[in-house]
Ligand binder design. Structure first.
Ligand SMILES: Nc1nc2c(ncn2[C@@H]2O[C@H](COP(=O)(O)OP(=O)(O)O)[C@@H](O)[C@H]2O)c(=O)[nH]1
Ligand SMILES: [Mg+2]
Length: 216
């Protein structure tokens, strides 16, 4: 029983910080998006393609979480946008206090903040980071039934990006099945089918992000 109490306390503390962060982001007109996925689904690639295709629409900054290495921050820094790497040293998700501390290292001259969570569909789903919305990325290579196996990430997200659609001719994947399973879990999901390799579908995704930024 005491374990449950400790867990609840951690979540309550996290949620309080996250609410303050969200209010701060809103006041500063920064739209915050928390990206969730399995390792390797293409979160960093999606950030790279989004930045390359939206420079005339909005300015982006990134906080990126990983268990180890600053490889992703280096990829994003190559785009000449503000980026901070959080190394969690084994922790499987980001928490709001880590985002708050990382944010101190960014100037505030941007419209969109991507928070790339640690690659994992389990623990990141339960932690509010002060984002305005969560987006789950699924790649065509990871199996069409993943929304059913990892429902929390899908239930808590506002949008699903199905990535690596360029690989469909080579693998046994059906994006219609991914969509159907995802909508069974959460029928309010906005769904985008993209390839970060060919750029297919990226324009609809960036247009949607732009509309969300303008509404916020
Ligand atoms: N074929 C293909 N490969 C992709 C696509 N998007 C990402 N990748 C590759 O998938 C691997 C993992 O991508 P990455 O962005 O690092 O995933 P993350 O771990 O979720 O951040 C890299 O080798 C990417 O080049 C895509 O749309 N098509
Ligand atoms: Mg990454």
């Amino acid at each position: 029983m005491s374990v449950i109490k400790v867990e609840r306390k951690i979540l309550e503390k996290n949620d309080a910080i996250a609410q303050q962060l969200r209010a701060y982001f809103t006041e500063k007109k920064i739209f915050a998006v928390n990206l969730l996925s399995s390792p390797g689904s293409g979160k960093t690639s999606l950030i790279e393609q989004t930045v390359k295709n939206s420079r005339s629409l909005f300015k982006t900054a990134v906080i990126v979480g990983d268990l180890q290495t600053d490889n992703d921050a280096q990829r994003i820094a190559a785009l000449s946008i503000p980026v901070v790497q959080i190394i969690t040293n084994g922790s499987c998700h980001l928490e709001a206090n880590l985002v708050r501390d990382a944010f101190q290292n960014l100037n505030e001259n941007f419209d969109l903040l991507f928070i790339e969570n640690v690659g994992n569909l389990v623990c990141p789903a339960g932690f509010d980071l002060g984002e305005h919305l969560k987006v789950v990325v699924a790649s065509t290579t990871e199996g069409d039934d993943k929304p059913l196996k990892y429902p929390a990430a899908y239930r808590n997200s506002s949008a699903l990006v199905i990535n690596k659609i360029d690989l469909i001719p080579h693998i046994n994947s059906d994006p219609e099945a991914i969509k159907k399973n995802a909508l069974l879990i959460n029928n309010r999901l906005e769904i985008f089918e993209v390839s970060c390799t060919t750029n297919q579908g990226i324009e609809s995704w960036t247009d949607w992000l732009h509309s969300k930024i303008k509404q916020s």
